[in-house]
Design a protein around this ligand. Structure first.
Ligand SMILES: C[S@@+](CC[C@H](N)C(=O)[O-])C[C@H]1O[C@@H](n2cnc3c(N)ncnc32)[C@H](O)[C@@H]1O
Length: 243
């Protein structure tokens, strides 16, 4: 098994013909992993940090590759009793994911979901304060990543929070064990392993960061086998002016 390079294998969940009920179960598996292995809380802490650094009354938060909307649901619940107003937007390519997200979060008037491709130019209309990208970047080939990260920088006024997996033999083996107990669908078991093979080393992320000047990068390994990459974009105008 070779972990030196990112795998180009496609995930089964990206099949647009996948049955909606099955897709719902796959997201339930992903959400269980995110809850047990602290995926949600890592992104929440990063959002809280960016908000503390940039205090204001309201924030627009955009979730790229929002899936069934679970992350935005966690964001809404986390800030429910805090004195900030949130405008939350979820973007996903898959119309079935967007339908699930709308159904799951229909009680929230401050959350909306749009069916769009992260790589599509219309996304440049979506200005936000904080942009989230959780477990989605590894779905893209390496040549496409700098293209959408540059778009993300243009969209986000304060910061970008990328939360994705580490590519390593150890995490692959541990996920095989973990999935025996905690993952119910064959698709999520398969895709979890493909995800780890298509994920990133720190060197991969640092290399991407070199193609994104004029912003501040903070790339940290986090338990369990994740990278949390915060890109602070609030100084980008100043940096451009200095050029
Ligand atoms: C593994 S899921 C992650 C979902 C969610 N962010 C989470 O953390 O649970 C990856 C998501 O990215 C979406 N996706 C893949 N390619 C996309 C693209 N080109 N544009 C928008 N969404 C995309 C998929 O439909 C899927 O919902």
């Amino acid at each position: 098994m070779n972990f030196k390079r990112r795998s180009c294998k496609r995930e089964l969940m990206d099949d647009p013909h996948l049955d909606t009920l099955l897709l719902k179960e796959v997201y339930a598996d992903i959400n269980r992993v995110n809850t047990f292995l602290r995926g949600f809380s890592l992104s929440l802490q990063a959002i809280e940090k960016i908000i503390e650094e940039n205090p204001k009354n309201s924030y627009t938060i955009l979730d790229m590759g929002c899936g069934d909307g679970a992350m935005l649901g966690k964001v809404a619940a986390f800030f429910k009793n805090k004195p900030v107003a949130l405008n939350l937007i979820g973007i996903d390519l898959n119309s079935k994911s967007i339908a699930l997200a709308k159904e799951n979060l229909k009680g929230y008037s401050n959350i909306r979901f749009l069916e769009q491709d992260i790589l599509a130019p219309e996304t440049t209309d979506l200005q936000c304060d904080i942009l989230l990208c959780t477990l989605t970047m590894h779905h893209f080939d390496s040549d496409k990543i700098p293209i959408f990260l540059n778009q993300f920088i243009k969209l986000s006024r304060l910061g970008i929070v990328i939360n994705d997996l580490q590519r390593s033999k150890l995490s692959f083996r541990l996920f095989q064990l973990f999935s025996l107990i905690f993952i119910k669908t064959k698709i999520a078991k398969h895709d979890g392993l493909v995800s780890i093979k298509s994920a990133f080393t720190k060197l991969d992320l640092v290399t991407f960061s070199f193609s994104l000047p004029n912003v501040e990068h903070d790339i940290r390994w986090k338990w369990a086998f994740r990278y949390l990459w915060i890109i602070r974009t609030n100084g980008k105008q100043l940096a451009y002016e200095r050029d």
